[in-house]
Design a protein around this ligand. Sequence first.
Ligand SMILES: Cc1ncc(C[n+]2csc(CCOP(=O)(O)OP(=O)(O)O)c2C)c(N)n1
Ligand SMILES: [Mg+2]
Length: 322
Amino acid sequence: MELSKSELLRAYRLMKTIREFESRISREFEAGTVPGFTHLYLGQEAVATGICMHLTDEDYISSTHRGHGHCIAKGCDVRKMALELWCKRDGLCRGKGGSMHIADISKGMLGANAIVGAGAPLALGAALTAKTLGKPNVSVTFGGDGATNQGTVFESMNFAVVLKLPVIFAVENNGYGEHTGIAYHLGAKDIASRAAAFGMPAVMVDGTDFFAVYDAMGEATARARSGAGPSTIECVAPRWRGHFEGDAQAYRDLTEIKELRERKDCLKLFRERVREDKKLEAHEMDRVDLDVLALIDEAVEAAKVAPHPTPEDLLTDVYVSY
Ligand SMILES: Cc1ncc(C[n+]2csc(CCOP(=O)(O)OP(=O)(O)O)c2C)c(N)n1
Ligand SMILES: [Mg+2]
């Protein structure tokens, strides 16, 4: 699929923003400034970006415990995300969600979710709503390789096929479910073939290749928007960090990560490809790098000194008012 120069720059900016946001959070976490618990998306940036570049604010996504990249790619305000991670009053969820419950309905981001496999039925509901109302919208559920072992995901896949719902299962195979490698936790040879068994098109792509993800999602979205039903895209993009920040990763040979950073860095691969194809020049991307660094720095420094919610804020946003 052909992308214009501005679309390519947008893709690069999104991936770079995720990379720098997560790298900064990692450093801040180590320094002890970020409250709570966090799971980073480093190494998987091309997945959220290649998927969400096909979506509008009226299309929904459901996310996971590793959700910062999904938020950024879906257009959430990075400054408000930082405020939310620091549990501040002006955060995306008024400081009540934090990293693992971050959401922005105005952007179609239904929420990160600490319950593994729980995002699939949420996206299914959004797809059922779109179909019932006759709207052209699609929904995407992001979920890990580990999550595909949950019954909720199987039930959602079957339901989506039976009702031909406009939902896309974006499976992020990062090689691990917590501390367990995929070779041990997955009974099948891959996840795509399992999804195909439910009766939908399912492909496996290199999740570190933005273009591969983008193209697969283009087909899946066109199919969903035309009323032909769901698809699954298994994106293979190994996890660079531990399961959570602070995970010593004693179960993993750490030279693997060094190699991944050298050979499977989606940003490096993107830069090489667009330069080879003469679509973008290095200095154009370097400028994006500088903008992004300044944005993240500003967002994090502002979040650190911003006010916390007050005791009066405790009872707001607890129930929806109709
Ligand atoms: C229903 C449920 N079971 C178990 C857990 C504990 N848990 C949190 S993350 C995780 C692993 C998920 O692995 P995967 O879906 O591959 O996502 P990744 O962390 O690799 O992004 C588990 C088992 C949970 N949060 N919810
Ligand atoms: Mg995983």
